[in-house]
Design a protein around this ligand. Structure first.
Ligand code: SF4
Length: 165
């Protein structure tokens, strides 16, 4: 969910303000695809929806946001039909919770974590992205353990693991 559910442009009197409604699902689709840069099939898997539904939501959401920006409408994020994944938001995603035990190299965990989508989807079998990063850094999990973008970042993870050896 966003930090604030309502955005409005400056300089428009309240009685002339038009508001566009963006559902939380539409915002999540924008976040995963346009902000995090995930492939649509990966974003659909995380959200538990079909690619067609994701594409429809993405098209609608982009149009709503552009419409608001171009025409000076407010945006309210509300409504929709969704369930929040039990591991979200996971407390370990906060930067001050990144430190781990002495046996694991904190810097490696941090670098591996930075490569992940940070969606805490749980598909890798760990409760959050940071737990998966810790497991990889301590070599309890393979470098491509992230089921969402693992193979795409495997080489980068391998380089991080080899640092300082
Ligand atoms: S690391 Fe695990 S929890 Fe994070 S996105 Fe990848 S599969 Fe999901």
């Amino acid at each position: 969910m966003p930090l604030t559910p309502y955005f409005q442009p400056l300089g428009i009197p309240p009685n002339q303000m038009r508001t566009i409604n963006l559902t939380p699902e539409e915002l999540e689709v924008l976040r995963l695809v346009d902000l995090e840069g995930l492939y649509q099939e990966d974003a659909a898997a995380i959200m538990g929806i079909s690619r067609r539904t994701l594409w429809n939501d993405l098209k609608k959401a982009r149009k709503k946001v552009v419409n608001a920006l171009v025409n000076g409408y407010a945006i309210r994020i509300a409504g929709g039909n969704y369930a929040i994944h039990p591991s979200f938001p996971h407390p370990d995603i906060r930067p001050n919770r990144l430190s781990v035990s002495d046996e694991v190299d904190n810097e490696k965990v941090r670098k591996i974590f930075e490569l992940f989508p940070k969606t805490n989807c749980g598909a890798c079998g760990y409760s959050s992205c940071i737990e998966c990063a810790k497991a990889i850094a301590s070599r309890d999990a393979s470098p491509d353990a992230c089921r969402i973008i693992g193979s795409k970042i495997k080489d980068d993870v391998m380089k991080i693991l080899e640092e300082g050896r």
